[in-house]
Design a protein around this ligand. Structure first.
Ligand code: ADP
Ligand code: MG
Length: 452
């Protein structure tokens, strides 16, 4: 099979797909769509960026194009782990269903219950939800799931990481056992295997070889980092990050920086801004409006660097990221695959650079074990010379900043507003243990901080 028109989709859907600029189905679409159109359960295993959304949205819309919705009884249900992903599925749904009159409701945090209640009361064809919010609605007695003909679970491995499996099981049980189930995951953890064995019936298993597509076009490397001074580890690491970004220069048109912890996402983002790099954070504790706005800016190219946690970035549809920087080695090895999957999409070249701190070595070997190959060590650094090189780079940056007029009053004002808390931390951090024994390069960078 070669073309979308070979798939037995409603012509109105084919037209919308064509308008979206898609020529050929991706490998997962090619296999999952015909099976789903046949009414079979589908278990799709493929990494981020392989086109999973259309593999379930298109057959779903096809099915929904016949018949109509009844009050309070959605005809189909899509479960997503995060609000962003749910919103993204909704967007895709609108694109592919634009030539059909189908209605949808979005049950996610940050969207009012009231408005969604009105929609549900009228009857919706598709309900797109995060598990927690769906259960909230259900418990308020406004929603019946007994009319669900197709249920989709997207990004199941992330659901597992986020502790949603019990919710998913509960939701499965609220829908008719005659429903069709389309289930997608990038990896198959034992817990996910169990769920699919319980709730899918004779599924067609579509597995797209891990890595094969994305990683071929991703240039991966790792920098082994050993802090010079334990008490300055965090700021040394941030310096290293800036250095790595600088080294990539113009090639780095836009980037996602991944941190393991939300607090580091915030700190990292503030720090980058302080040094004149345009960055914004995205993680689960930020309110929905802010997250949407940041994401929009990033998509539009108005923001160069997105600093993200795994949960917030999961599956985000950002078409062309030139670089992924792993500020930390992910705790779960599979997250590495997801993270670097943000770059090198659809055959484009991508670069993924990771910092591996001394205490990350164990996690790092897990990543390599999962990949079943070595990630090339960056030969620009070694444990003994890294900090020195970075310091030189900081000097260089300082000069650059002054000469490019970065220190204008307006700029300084904005900057100090953004980074007040951060500076407080940074300063108290850096005075720790400093005294007459301060090595030259450290006091130099301390002065530098006072300047900027
Ligand atoms: P996944 O859910 O597997 O991470 P998505 O469904 O978000 O992947 O798709 C990734 C990107 O590829 C999106 O920008 C989407 O619009 C695009 N895309 C999906 N299917 C096709 C296709 N058949 N041809 C071209 N681009 C596609
Ligand atoms: Mg997806």
């Amino acid at each position: 099979m070669e073309l979308f028109s070979d798939l037995k989709l409603n012509p109105k859907i084919l037209k919308a797909v064509k308008d979206a600029g898609y020529e050929k189905p991706t490998p997962i679409q090619e296999k999952a769509i015909p099976a789903a159109l046949d009414g079979k359960d589908v278990l799709g295993i493929a990494q981020t960026g392989t086109g999973k959304t259309a593999s379930f949205t298109l057959p779903m819309i096809n099915l929904l194009s016949r018949g109509r919705a009844r009050a309070r009884m959605p005809r189909s249900l899509v479960l997503c782990p995060t609000r962003e992903l749910a919103a993204q599925v909704a967007e895709n749904f609108d694109i592919y269903a634009k030539n059909l009159k189908l209605s949808k409701a979005l049950l996610i945090g940050g969207v009012s219950f009231k408005e969604q209640d009105v929609l549900i009361d009228k009857g919706v064809d598709v309900l797109i939800a995060t598990p927690g919010r769906l259960i909230d609605h259900f418990e308020r007695g406004k929603l019946l799931l007994t009319g669900v003909q197709v249920m989709v679970v997207d990004e199941a491995d992330r659901m597992l990481d986020m502790g949603f499996i019990p919710d998913i099981e509960r939701i499965f049980k609220l829908t008719p056992f005659t429903r069709q189930t389309l289930f997608f995951s990038a990896t198959m953890a034992p817990e996910i295997e169990r769920i699919t064995n319980t709730f899918l019936s004779a599924p067609v298993r579509v597995e797209i070889a891990r890595q094969a597509t994305a990683s071929e076009s991703i240039k991966q490397s790792v920098v082994m980092f050993t802090p010079k001074r334990k008490d300055r580890e965090a700021s040394e690491k941030r310096q290293l990050l800036r250095h790595l970004i600088d080294l990539e220069g113009k090639n780095c048109t836009n980037a996602i920086v991944f941190c393991n912890r939300k607090t580091d996402v915030d700190i990292c983002s503030k720090s980058l801004n302080k040094y004149g790099y345009q960055a914004a954070p995205i993680h689960g504790d930020l309110d929905q409006t802010k997250r949407t706005e940041t994401l929009e800016n990033f998509r539009e190219g108005d923001l160069r660097i997105l600093v993200a946690s795994d949960v917030a970035a999961r599956g985000l549809d950002i078409p062309s990221v030139s670089h992924v920087f792993n500020f930390d080695v992910p705790i779960h090895a599979e997250d590495y695959v997801h993270r670097i999957g943000r770059t090198g999409r659809a055959g484009r070249e991508g670069t993924a650079i990771m910092i591996c701190n001394t205490r990350d070595r164990k996690n790092f070997s897990n990543v390599e074990a999962l990949l079943q190959k070595e990630i090339p060590r960056s030969n620009l650094y070694d444990d003994t010379s890294s900090v020195h090189k970075i310091e030189n780079e900081t000097e260089h940056l300082k000069t650059k900043k002054i000469s490019s007029g970065e220190g204008s009053n307006q700029n300084r004002k904005n900057k100090s507003k953004n980074t007040k808390n951060y500076q407080k931390n940074e300063e108290s951090n850096s005075t720790l243990g400093l005294g007459e024994h301060t090595p030259d390069f450290l006091s130099q960078s301390f002065n530098d901080r006072l300047v900027s």
